[in-house]
Design a protein. Structure first.
Length: 449
């Protein structure tokens, strides 16, 4: 997308951190799509700070004309356009024709809390590159304060993840504090550390638990989740949880490594006595970006979805519906989408994610943006006032371009998951995980179910 696409009234948004280079007058910035940071001089950094999602292009121009009155205005505008154009091409700046606005917003129903980046596995698909514990993780005292703040604000559910949440040294005390506050608990774990005692403790807390299982054999699972006998330990953890009486969910990240093994994983889960199975898309971000070749295509996901619909009819286990399942079953929308319909999912509205360092995001796929943090600010203040969260809330189907704009399914999916597009550098483009969009873009015609 080039600057010729934008009018002076259009609004640029620079969503990423700017860092001062130690001992120099230069700054740097980057996103997950770049191998190395971009170096910025003082003026370029200033331009990007003004691209805050509130000021129009014309307002940014006017600001610099007032700040540098001795510079020829046409030359000044040309330099500003060059910076914004370069940042737009690298997906560091996003454009809309409306400014971000502060939304009247209710408390989130659920907060997904990445309690630590520490993990005993190094899964190839990990979007947060978990492994070692980061030095900037929230202090234990702040974690307890956040629990009180979230409960008082009206959050109903805390879903712990990581990293591996069971590796946090204070996880037991934190989870018990959540339960004592009246909020419900979910735990997403790789299962390898679940003992009989932990399984029973989680049951006593009435926690809902999801265990990751990416293969029906160690050969497949351990390739995705390298670790010391990861498959064997995960299955043992599942047995402990079921033995303690949990209604358990197993989640599998689908990739080229296990796409032909999905039926076998479901069979294994059924034989173990697991009650729920869900398939999770591979998103090439974090460590997953290094192994992007493992991602299946949208059309391959369609075939897997059709298979799961068929399997659901003959299985005892509950197979949780997938994102675009309606499009296979043929229940296309009759009414077109309203341009003002909110874009995407419930992120930043019904739920949000707290990173190990305390940044509050719509979901963990957006890690790396310039987000507001609960490390030093009250949870409710950040939830209500965060620029990035309000930007995300401001997005509507009108902001889409490409195949989604005129798709007959748009009023049902509202463009669906923007995080996948963010991971691939096209936030407002046609949904990268949707086979309908893939068919439209490949064939140039509107697809049917």
């Amino acid at each position: 997308m080039t600057m010729e696409c934008h009018r002076n009234s259009d609004v640029p948004y620079f969503a990423f951190p700017i860092r001062r280079e130690s001992g120099t007058s230069q700054f740097s910035t980057s996103n997950h799509l770049q191998e190395r940071p971009l170096m910025l001089n003082v003026q370029a950094a200033e331009i990007l700070r003004l691209a805050d999602g509130e000021r129009s292009l014309n307002e940014i121009m006017d600001y610099f004309e007032r700040r540098y009155p001795h510079v020829e205005p046409s030359l000044l505008r040309e330099k500003i356009l060059q910076v914004l154009d370069a940042m737009t091409r690298t997906e560091l700046i996003w454009w809309r024709d409306k400014p971000v606005r502060l939304h009247a917003i209710e408390p989130p129903r659920t907060i997904f809390w990445e309690i630590t980046s520490l993990c005993n596995l190094k899964c190839l698909h990990c979007v947060v590159s978990a492994g070692k514990r980061n030095s900037d993780e929230l202090s234990v005292d702040r974690c307890f304060e956040l629990i009180r703040e979230m409960a008082g604000f009206g959050v109903q559910n805390i879903a712990f993840s990581g990293g591996e949440p069971l590796m946090h040294p204070e996880f037991k005390n934190l989870a018990e504090a959540v339960a004592a506050s009246g909020m419900s608990i979910q735990v997403a774990t790789n299962g390898t550390l679940v003992t009989r005692e932990i399984a029973q403790w989680l049951r006593d807390l009435r926690a809902d638990v999801q265990v990751s299982l990416d293969g029906s054999t160690s050969l497949i699972h351990d390739k995705m989740r390298p670790g010391n006998r990861a498959f064997e330990k995960a299955v043992r953890g599942i047995r402990h949880l079921l033995g303690a009486g949990h209604v358990l969910t197993v989640g599998s990240v689908v990739s080229k490594n296990n796409r032909h093994d999905i039926k076998n994983i479901i069979t294994l889960c059924e034989n173990l006595g697991v009650q729920n199975f869900r398939l999770i898309p591979f998103v090439p971000k974090g460590r997953g970006g290094t192994f992007a070749g493992m991602e299946i295509t949208a059309s391959e996901m369609k075939a897997i979805t059709e298979m799961l619909i068929s399997e659901r009819k003959r299985r005892k286990i509950n197979i949780i519906p997938l994102e675009f399942e309606k499009m296979v079953q043929g229940t296309a929308c009759v009414q077109p989408a309203s341009p003002g319909q909110s874009l995407g999912c419930g992120g930043a509205r019904a739920y949000g994610t707290i990173t190990p360092a305390g940044e509050l995001l719509p979901c963990h796929f957006f890690e790396g943006v310039r987000a507001d943090s609960v490390a030093g600010h009250a949870f409710a203040d950040v939830w209500i006032q965060s620029r990035f969260l309000n930007y995300f809330r401001s997005l509507t189907v009108h902001d889409l371009h490409g195949a989604c704009r005129d798709c007959r399914w748009l009023s049902a999916c509202a463009g669906s998951c923007r995080a996948i597009n963010f991971a691939k550098g096209d936030v407002f483009g046609a949904n990268k995980g949707c086979w309908i969009a893939e068919e439209i873009e490949n064939d140039g015609v509107a697809a049917t179910a």
